[in-house]
Design a protein around this ligand. Structure first.
Ligand code: SAH
Length: 246
């Protein structure tokens, strides 16, 4: 077994995977525990499309795809998408949902695999026009290793979009206390404040992996309207758009 594969095994938190797999059967219920992911999907798809200069015909990779919310939406916009996740039950849910919703070839190019970013990077370096990794980095033991794998997976000139939660007092108040304990928007124990990532940390890992940071954008969630929109405030949920130099 190669060093990369060894490390990829080590870079998965089995408790995190089990937590997400428990939600597998309700992943696509817009009023279930994953409701907030459903609600943030439209603005984030818009943001990704903007970063990539359009999605049509792009070969896109969705790392930590879960049940496939983002992957399917990107495919619906004309991208050819591979979604990967280490939770086998979620990969099954994603595949099944694509079949049920008729997102099948030849009209839609959408595939899923249970493989880590590190292992796929060894298999298909420089393959993707667009690499997305959303709401996952704060759940892995070594996020910098995932970023380095993403950098390998992107083709020269390719775009990368990361999203995570800032390690700020405001994020603790809103994303942990507010979302998990007061408003019950997200299952309790989903987020560990210590694992939230400051934009400066994410940017440093991206640069260390040879990426340029192109821009950042916040995502503001409105719990009353149950909707989200892009915003300039990156104190809580935010995106980082990077590019691999051509
Ligand atoms: N990106 C999806 C799902 C976010 S939930 C979305 O935003 O809609 C976080 C996902 O990351 C879960 O599906 C979980 O199984 C996955 N995950 C956690 N650790 C991982 C790892 N090391 N490698 C791949 N996927 C991982």
């Amino acid at each position: 077994m190669s060093a990369t594969t060894e490390h990829a095994r080590g870079n998965v938190d089995a408790r995190e995977i089990a937590n997400f797999e428990r939600l597998a059967s309700r992943w696509w219920d817009p009023r279930g525990e994953m409701a907030t992911l459903h609600q943030i999907n439209p603005p984030r798809v818009r943001y990704v499309a903007q970063c990539a200069g359009g999605l049509k015909g792009k070969l896109a990779l969705d790392i930590g795809c879960g049940g496939g919310l983002l992957s399917e939406a990107l495919a619906a916009e004309g991208a050819e998408v591979l979604g990967i996740d280490m939770a086998g039950e979620l990969v099954d849910v994603a595949r099944l949902h694509a079949l049920e919703s008729g997102r099948t070839p030849p009209a839609f190019r959408l595939d899923y695999r249970q493989i880590s970013a590190e292992a796929l990077a060894a298999e298909r370096p420089q393959a993707f026009d667009l690499v997305c990794c959303m709401e996952m980095l704060e759940h892995v033991p070594d996020p910098a290793s995932v970023i380095a794998a993403c950098a390998r997976l992107a083709r020269p000139g390719g775009d990368l979009v990361f999203s995570t939660i800032n390690r700020s007092p405001k994020a603790f108040a809103l994303a942990v206390v507010g979302a998990e304990y007061v408003l019950n928007l997200v299952p309790r124990g989903t987020h560990d404040y210590e694992k939230f990532i400051r934009p400066s940390e994410l940017a440093a890992w991206a640069r260390a992996a040879g990426l340029e940071v192109v821009g950042m954008k916040g995502l503001r969630y409105n719990p009353l309207l149950k909707s989200a929109r892009l915003a300039d405030d990156i104190d809580v949920n935010y995106f980082m758009h990077c590019r691999k130099p051509a």
